[in-house]
Write a protein that binds this ligand. Structure first.
Ligand SMILES: [Zn+2]
Ligand SMILES: [Zn+2]
Ligand SMILES: [Zn+2]
Ligand SMILES: [Zn+2]
Ligand SMILES: [Zn+2]
Ligand SMILES: [Zn+2]
Length: 115
């Protein structure tokens, strides 16, 4: 991962939209795009950073049995799941659920709606 300002620049000029290649998530009354672990919301000529709020639908709580992948799987950069900002932490998207690595298991922080 060598720094490249041109790539960085192009990356920020990317226009999110249908079929842009990023995972689209329904967030409240709009659609956001998962981009390198950030939740991007295109807003006129710039992109806002959003995160999923902690709520009854997406609680920040410990659940011992998340399922969705083999029990030994440890989420992290490059684990094959997309990172999603949730409250003050990062979760990983598994079959539409937010998984939060916690000790030797994952917590299930609820469902997100994929577009
Ligand atoms: Zn995009
Ligand atoms: Zn949003
Ligand atoms: Zn837990
Ligand atoms: Zn993972
Ligand atoms: Zn979470
Ligand atoms: Zn998990």
């Amino acid at each position: 991962m060598s720094p490249c300002n041109e790539t960085h620049h192009a990356h920020h000029n990317h226009q999110h939209g249908a079929n842009c290649g990023h995972t689209a998530i329904k967030h409240n009354d709009h659609v956001d795009y998962l981009h390198d672990g950030h939740l991007h919301h295109p807003h006129s000529d710039h992109v806002d950073e959003h995160k999923i709020e902690v709520s009854a639908k997406n609680p920040d709580q410990c659940t011992s049995d998340c399922g969705g992948h083999e029990p030994g799987h440890v989420h992290g950069p490059g684990c094959g799941h997309e990172a999603v900002p949730h409250g003050d932490h990062i979760d990983y998207l598994v079959n539409g659920h937010l998984h939060h690595p916690h000790g030797d298991h994952c917590d299930d922080h609820g469902l997100v709606e994929l577009v």
